[in-house]
Design a protein around this ligand. Structure first.
Ligand code: NAD
Length: 369
């Protein structure tokens, strides 16, 4: 008997692009090439049932084109789930420019890329991501209006980090309520790893609530500055971070820090932070956290403040409305914990199901006219 897996494997070999798209039902992938500027980019649109696809453009020196394709497919799908769970009328999309952002980026390359974004007539709306800064967004904006997440001096919503941090803080409170029956963080020992734009703002919320916050960042100066203006304690030895006595671990730097090694060391009750893709392997570590008695707040639910902020820019930005929407992250987090308990599944899976359910239901509404 031919197994579905075998069909997937054989079609991957024959036609790697469409087969990869079909694995997670991506709608459209646009390959962009321009010999004059040297632009090589891929725009992936995963799903537009809820609305136009929105997600940042990443510029990265990928080793090969397949690596770039895999990344853009994975990232665009993630955006579909994040926007759906956040209750936004947005689909998921993402773009990658293949190249070294330090040496190959210039005005003409970014403007040529903007032309490609424009050619999709709004089906894909771009924003900043790794390797692409506000200056680049200015260039892209010269060629297309399908851009969001612009700085305030260009009429945009500015830095989304305060809204993201507020959402992380609310998710953490919801997690505390689920774990301890009370959402107060007073006196809780919280380790924040990565004191960048989000981490810094998060620490301020936590200190206001009299939590006992320890921070770590690879940039010592930054860590010292944040410790000085917030009163948080500095973790001196990075190697001890996962072994510390803590109630909550808040990853706010890198992905994949929740893995077999760290889970064997962590003694926390809750994992809740801003970083994307925290679980090194969803299937393995989503279950392992349960075995360890740790409540994991799914990252794309927790850090949705950024996309919420960008969404409100599309409608004429109003920070109060963005913050009011971000407040819903508290209840969404609780709903996910409830579903996970009722269905006896890991929390990441409950979040995925919630996202898929909304897309399915709204899809039916749209079919009726
Ligand atoms: P940032 O670049 O401002 O900050 C990241 C910080 O992590 C930096 O200070 C960096 O020095 C530090 N860092 C890097 N490697 C580290 C390590 N090994 N150990 C400790 N610290 C390390 O980024 P940000 O905007 O604060 O975002 C933080 C995370 O949240 C990222 O993973 C980002 O993808 C995610 N996120 C951010 C937003 C947003 O609105 N900014 C939205 C959604 C998700």
């Amino acid at each position: 008997m031919i197994e579905v897996q075998d069909i997937k494997k054989s079609s991957l070999a024959e036609n790697p692009v469409i087969a990869q798209m079909s694995l997670h039902n991506h709608e459209q992938v646009v390959f962009c090439n321009d010999n004059e500027t040297g632009l090589k980019a891929i725009i992936a649109i995963h799903n537009t049932v809820l609305g136009p696809s929105l997600g940042g453009t990443r510029m990265w020196a990928y080793n090969n084109e397949m690596e770039a394709l895999t990344d853009v497919l994975r990232l665009s799908r993630g955006m579909t789930y994040k926007s759906s769970v956040a209750g936004l009328n947005l689909g998921g999309g993402k773009a990658v420019i293949i190249g070294d952002a330090k040496t190959q980026k210039n005005e003409v390359l970014m403007r040529r890329f903007g032309k490609f974004v424009n050619s999709l007539s709004g089906k894909y709306i771009t924003a900043e991501d790794v390797g692409v800064n506000t200056r680049d967004m200015e260039y892209i904006k010269m060629e297309t209006d399908f851009v969001s997440g612009l700085p305030a001096n260009m009429g945009g919503s500015g830095d989304p980090s305060p809204v993201t941090a507020y959402g992380v803080y609310l998710s953490m409170k919801a997690s505390a309520k689920e774990k301890w029956g009370n959402d107060s963080l007073e006196g809780k020992k919280i380790v924040v790893q990565g004191i960048g734009n989000v981490g810094d703002n998060l620490v301020k919320h936590l200190m206001k609530e009299n939590a006992r916050v320890s921070i770590y960042d690879i940039h010592e100066d930054r860590m010292k500055a944040v410790a000085k203006h917030t009163g948080a304690e500095i973790i001196l030895d990075a190697n001890t971070l996962y072994d510390l006595d803590m109630d909550i671990y808040a990853p706010c730097a890198l992905g994949a820090t929740v893995n077999t090694d760290t889970l064997n060391r962590l003694k926390c009750s809750i994992i809740c932070g801003a970083a994307n893709n925290q679980l090194a392997d969803e299937n393995v570590h989503g279950k392992m956290v349960i075995e360890k008695g740790i409540l994991y707040a799914p990252d794309f639910v927790v850090n949705a403040g950024g996309i919420i902020n960008v969404f409100y820019e599309l409608q004429g930005y109003n920070r109060e409305r963005a913050m009011a929407h971000a407040e819903k992250i508290y209840q969404t987090t609780l709903n996910i914990f409830k579903t996970a308990k009722e269905q006896n599944i890991p929390t990441y899976m409950a979040a995925n199901r919630l996202a898929e359910k909304r897309i399915e239901e709204i899809g039916k509404v749209k079919l009726s006219f």
